[in-house]
Write a protein that binds this ligand. Structure first.
Ligand code: B4P
Length: 185
């Protein structure tokens, strides 16, 4: 199964993706955690990527698209994959469609996790206390939500037009959301 899980920051994508991918026995590809890994490794490229993430901005499409193309060419994705946090822009969506069309392996589902912004801010400020992520300060969270509304929210219409969009309510406990996802799949 080839899946995209998208939604605003803090909507539970990463949280749900891990459980779901294990159940479905497919790899999760999280661009956010790949970037955090690069940043943790240090060096010039790390500094550049950190400058986007820590300010709540997206890493440029070209960089993200190259990274995902390389990851999708690895053999463990042959039976499917779950993309967590990619695509995040219409350019990324188009590039992904082209990559998959070239192999005759289109997406099966694009799932949008919906959570009101008030709840998002509460969740991310809570995470900030536990994990101390540089992009979880209130000011950066507000920027991330604005960038999400401007650049990622339009993906829903694009996937709706392709007939593969499912919206899932992301409010409630992690298990409740997982049950809703299981129903869809
Ligand atoms: P991500 O790693 O995707 O960060 P995120 O949007 O905060 O989601 P994450 O998966 O970490 O958290 P989740 O919602 O599961 O991206 C980080 C940055 O990387 C981006 O801002 C951008 O700069 C860059 N980036 C990544 N992909 C990119 C792309 N394609 N293009 C360009 N740039 C890109 O969980 C959040 C919190 O909520 C957790 O603490 C969790 O425990 C909690 N939570 C989850 N479910 C809950 C529930 N049901 N109830 C209560 N709390 C819950």
């Amino acid at each position: 199964m080839r899946l995209v899980l998208f939604g605003s920051p803090g909507s539970g994508k990463g949280t749900q993706a891990q459980v779901l991918a294990e159940k479905l026995n497919i790899p999760t590809i999280s661009t956010g955690s790949i970037f955090r890994g690069i940043v943790a490794g240090g060096g010039e490229r790390a500094e550049e990527i950190a400058s986007y993430i820590n300010n709540g901005q997206f890493v440029p499409d070209e960089t993200v698209n190259e990274l995902v193309e390389e990851r999708l060419s690895q053999p463990d994705t042959a039976n499917g994959f779950l993309l967590d946090g990619y695509p995040r822009t219409l350019d990324q969506l188009k590039t992904l469609d082209e990559m998959l069309a070239a192999h005759g392996t289109p997406l099966d589902h694009a799932i949008l996790l919906e959570v009101p912004f008030d709840e998002i801010v509460i969740r991310l400020l809570k995470r900030a206390k536990v994990e101390g992520r540089a992009d979880d300060t209130e000011e950066v969270i507000r920027t991330r939500l604005k960038v999400y509304s401007d650049q990622t929210a339009p993906l829903a219409q694009a996937y709706e037009e392709q007939g593969i969009l499912t919206k899932v309510d992301g409010l409630g406990s992690i298990d409740e959301v997982q049950d809703r996802l299981a129903e869809v799949l």
